[in-house]
Design a protein around this ligand. Structure first.
Ligand code: KG4
Ligand code: ZN
Length: 334
């Protein structure tokens, strides 16, 4: 089965063709056009700018995805699209495009929750994941832990009470004068930091629930910066190191707590922050000690892309009539 995936929830315009047979899923094409550079100039995403870029790129990106895969719209078996959460203007571009293709070419239309899409990046070229699995979703807008009992059978275990992990990276990156987005920028300079100079609080690390809170971390970094006369390069590196450690420590502690509580056999991480190498390395070691299988998507598949959306649709094949599909910017886990 060939599925065309379309992802336009934020600042990436992406289209992919994936081919699935049984448990195996391969990418035939995964085209991503990012407007990140434009948002770098404004220090963050301005929704209207993101929506304009989506309109500009959606048709060429779909054409390129079809061309690279050597297929035509007539020959695909279904269309998968992100319907939320995200920016309304951006989401609408993908939703309306997918609905039009579904209507004109009479193809099944499968709406996908963007966050479930992130999780399903793990099933691309991977047949090893065993249930029950704990999914840690760490992106710019979300930090969530889910129990996945089987395909289509998920339960939200906990989430952030304020800022998401990626948001914390981005806000602190801005405080440190690093380029946007802050996550990769902090990861790049953190190894040059002195591990012993700063230590930031790990909010909720010992709480009995599986929730997160990262807004206090940003305040702690701000206080530290305010007490420093000049923010030189070494200090930025030292603060980046301590920030990354604090975020990663909490993410790992809560993930392992969920593993223990639900006797999970696998851990899957996803979302932009899951590209972080230190987070991956520490989770590999910790999961090995607990005899739990650890999976992370290929780094290219951690940030927004359409292959993950098509993957989620393949393993949760629930077509909807195009009249019933609408963009839902506030969508959470069902
Ligand atoms: O999943 P994503 O591409 O978009 C959302 O749906 O939010 O995630 C973007 C987030 C940004 O906050 C970015 O700073 C963070 O992922 N990020 C990282 C890394 N790469 C991206 N955070 C930490 N380390 C990274 N290597
Ligand atoms: Zn995302």
């Amino acid at each position: 089965m060939k599925i065309l995936g379309i992802e336009t929830s934020c600042d990436e315009t992406s289209a992919a063709i994936i081919e699935g047979t049984g448990n195996t899923l391969n990418i035939l094409s995964n085209i991503i056009s990012s407007s990140l550079r434009i948002h770098g100039k404004t220090g963050g995403i301005i929704p209207e700018n993101a929506a304009r870029e989506q309109i500009k790129f959606i048709t060429p990106v779909i054409e390129k995805a079809l061309g690279t895969a050597g297929t035509r719209l007539e020959d695909i078996d279904a269309v998968a699209l992100t319907y939320g959460p995200g920016l309304i203007g951006s989401l609408l571009v993908g939703v309306e495009t997918a609905k039009t293709i579904s209507y004109v070419f009479t193809k099944p239309l499968i709406p996908v929750n963007h966050m479930i899409g992130h999780i399903y990046a793990n099933w691309i070229n991977n047949t090893q994941i065993r249930f029950p699995a704990i999914a840690l979703v760490v992106s710019g807008g979300h930090t969530d832990l889910l129990l996945i009992k089987n395909h289509g059978d998920n339960k939200l275990l906990g989430g952030t009470r304020d800022d998401a992990a990626g948001e914390a990276f981005d806000k602190i990156g801005r405080l440190l004068g690093l380029p946007y987005p802050g996550g990769p920028a902090i990861e790049e300079v953190a190894p040059k930091g002195n591990p012993n100079r700063f230590r930031f609080p790990r909010p909720l690390i010992g709480s009995p629930d599986l929730d997160f809170s990262f807004s206090g971390l940003k305040t702690a970094v701000l206080r530290e910066i305010e007490s420093i006369i000049t923010l030189n390069e070494q200090t930025v590196n030292d603060l980046a190191y301590a920030t990354q450690e604090a975020i990663i420590d909490v993410l790992i502690k809560k993930t392992l707590k969920a593993v223990d509580k639900y006797k999970a056999r696998s851990v899957v991480i996803s979302g932009g922050v899951s590209a972080n190498q230190k987070l991956r390395e520490k989770l590999i070691v910790n999961c090995e000690q607990l005899n739990v299988k650890f999976f992370a998507p290929d780094k290219k598949l951690c940030t927004d892309n359409a292959a993950m959306i098509a993957s989620a649709a393949y393993f949760n094949f629930k077509p909807e009539s195009w009249q019933n599909v609408t963009a839902d910017p506030e969508l959470y886990f069902e």
